[in-house]
Design a protein. Structure first.
Length: 112
């Protein structure tokens, strides 16, 4: 009887954890499409500094921060001032207000 309860609990836990992982899986293709449609790559390269920092550098700056996703979303939706070629200008805002797309993009950025 004990082993049956233990197996049931282990099975339930595995099922629950599998659901959590798939619910938070990053859709890289969707994130890349959103970046492309917003022309983010004109300033941001995956590994090299262009006009803006690389995706790798941004991920390094945000990793380990408990509110990293929120900070990234704020940065891409509010148009904060950034320095480009020695002059300050507003960062372009991402052209979506869909929370799922924004979250996916932020999580994808953190994978770099």
């Amino acid at each position: 009887m004990k082993s049956r309860i233990t197996l049931t609990l282990i099975g339930s836990l595995c099922f629950a954890l599998a659901g959590v992982n798939s619910a938070h899986a990053v859709d890289a293709k969707a994130a890349e499409a959103l970046m492309k449609s917003n022309r983010c790559s004109s300033c941001h390269h995956p590994t090299k500094t262009k006009t803006g920092p690389s995706l790798k550098k941004m991920a390094e700056d945000f990793k380990g921060k408990p509110d990293a996703e929120e900070l990234i979303i704020k940065a891409i939706t509010t148009g904060p001032m950034v320095e480009i070629d020695g002059e300050k200008e507003a960062h372009k805002k991402i052209k979506t207000s869909d929370p799922a797309q924004l979250s996916n993009l932020a999580q994808w950025l953190l994978t770099h």
